[in-house]
Design a protein around this ligand. Sequence first.
Ligand SMILES: [Zn+2]
Ligand SMILES: [Zn+2]
Ligand SMILES: [Zn+2]
Ligand SMILES: [Zn+2]
Length: 510
Amino acid sequence: MSFMQPSPVKYACSCGILNPINKLFFCRHCPKLRCGFCVCHEIESHFCSNCLENIPSSEARHKKNCCANCFDCPCCQHTLSARATTVPVVRKTEEPKEGESGAAEVTAAPSPKPSAMPTTKKMYYLSCLSCRWTTRDVGIPDQGVATGTWPDKECLYQVRFNTLMEYYQTVVLQEKQEKQEFLRRKAPKQHKFPSLTDRTGLTVSLIRRQIGWTEKSMPKPKTVHITSAEASADVEPLSADIFTQPLNLRNITTIAQRHSQPADQPTAVSRLYPQRRSLWIKRSLRCRQCEHNLIKPEYHPTSIKYRIQLFARCHVPEVVMVRCEQPLQAGQSNAILLKFTNPTMYDMTISLLDAPPPDAEVNADAFQQACRIKEEAITSSPLLKSSGVTLARQNSTREVKREVKEVTNATIVPLESEFVLNQRDDSKEFDEDVQAPIEEPKFIVWRKGNKVLLRLQFSPAAELQPGNNVTLGFCMQYTYVNTVSNTPDKEPTTHALYSRIFIHAGDIVN
Ligand SMILES: [Zn+2]
Ligand SMILES: [Zn+2]
Ligand SMILES: [Zn+2]
Ligand SMILES: [Zn+2]
């Protein structure tokens, strides 16, 4: 199984989407598999991937999600680096005197007289170490300092963008004020006296009304007038030589280069301009059902570690397809070798079933019901209702159950018995004493540490044609020891969990 190839073994997420195990997460609180669609994606921090500077989100928004100091090459999107160069400085010393001109001028002029003033100055330009593009190519003057002074290319429509943004900001503000006013009118009067801790400024108007003064009107949002854009028929005429001059493709920008400069999208390479580097984010993932964090990275950009990492491959037994014993033929019984690995610190008892256990569905439904009740409790809380606040975070959502669409076209022979997958013990690899052979079920080919290779018999459906893909499906039931538990005594609890697994065994041979 190559690293670059897609895995033939897929796990069904609790929502019904199939994924290889390395793309799945495991919620210990639910406890269920979760895929990228079953989690809320939240931005933990913004940072620049080049200078690793951490940028607060408000500042990132202000800087349009770009780093202030780093630039990308407009040609190849590689990072530009500042290069120092010494340039001779034109000295503003006194001109040679009139009387000295003549024969002396020929010798004196090329080698200026030694002076106390420096004759060279350090200047910087940006250069791409990948494609050799420099800021000098497009005529950007060298700068005296390496960072911070590079001119920004003003967008042609910047003024219009700013006006539009200002307009929509006032619209939002007005809507917000109207909503607040509406809620204030609608909310039942809870106290006879207005609360003094009210910070919305509505108390003042309430008191004014009680006294009988005229109500001070809300500050009116100022109106912004925008002239609508109009199509115009006069465009620049094409120059005549466009039909006669041969086209030099080296001077024309590529699509990627144009898209990296979306404001003007230049067609000529001479108009490429260094682009500020986009910021990267660190993401944290949250289970949509129980709102617990599944992935939480360390805040600092230099760290690649996680504070919480509930990857499925750290909790769910990993199944790897090794090979089929014989070439696949329709209707002929065959056997597949599967390697199971236990990633946890506890022994697991595994059984392979050809259908999910009946009580598993019932448990899942009960859990879903509990979630629904909790969710309704959240959304119907009077505090949220009265304030009209919508949580910025996505609320826990109902789990939409999809049917797993994958069709299996082979029947498996269930294993005679369940088997134990030993706990992961990294120090065991160095043990020298050989384990006494223990009686193993017949289907186990070998066992070492936390790994077991087993032989599963199956037969592809008889009606399959040569070239058809054979898909095996089974339900793996495994015991999982949960160290986080909601019970007060904090004792680890053991669950019997199951995952549906689908394996693309290969194609029917001719
Ligand atoms: Zn899912
Ligand atoms: Zn940077
Ligand atoms: Zn480049
Ligand atoms: Zn959860």
